[in-house]
Design a protein around this ligand. Structure first.
Ligand code: NI
Length: 165
């Protein structure tokens, strides 16, 4: 749990960089890759990361969110660009509009009291969860998933080593 804005900012930046690494590999065609027929697409999951960062406005932060009613763009570059923009905007809003004490403030979300610092942490965990789903779909779409928290299968091959089973 974050006690200071500085702690939060450090983790937010690191996680945003990981997410950008994943988004930057997407191609327009790969956005249509689905979990199973009729369910979420890779593009839908990628866009979900953008819109969920936008939910931080519910904590009283003021920043430019996602255009209302906008559906997922069909361009991978556009999704990655919009993610970079909104992720930086949230961070900038926290740094300029909050003090450390705001992290201890609470907001009622879906009938529950949420500590702001915990909401921020939840948002990053949620992002990591969907990023993991995305790397599976990326493989199914024929893309090479980047290293996120550790080496990938291809990384070991590149190093001339036998990949772990
Ligand atoms: Ni979600």
């Amino acid at each position: 749990m974050y006690m200071t804005i500085a702690d939060f900012a450090k983790e937010w930046e690191k996680e945003a960089e990981r997410t950008e690494r994943v988004l930057n590999v997407l191609t327009d065609e790969s956005l249509r890759q689905r979990v199973v027929s009729g369910r979420r697409t890779l593009g839908g999951l990628a866009w979900h990361l953008v819109t969920s960062a936008g939910y931080m406005s519910a904590l009283g932060l003021d920043f430019e969110g996602v255009a209302q009613g906008g559906s997922a763009p069909e361009s991978a570059g556009e999704i990655a660009g919009e993610y970079r923009r909104i992720s930086a905007a949230v961070l900038q809003a926290v740094k300029t509009q909050w003090s450390d004490a705001h992290l201890d403030g609470t907001v009622t979300i879906m009938g529950e009291e949420w500590r702001n610092g915990d909401s921020m942490h939840f948002t990053l965990m949620h992002q990591a969860h969907h990023r993991g789903q995305m790397t599976v779909l990326m493989r199914q779409a024929g893309l090479r998933a980047p290293d996120v928290y550790g080496p990938t299968y291809e990384y070991w091959i590149d190093q001339g080593m036998k990949p772990l089973e």
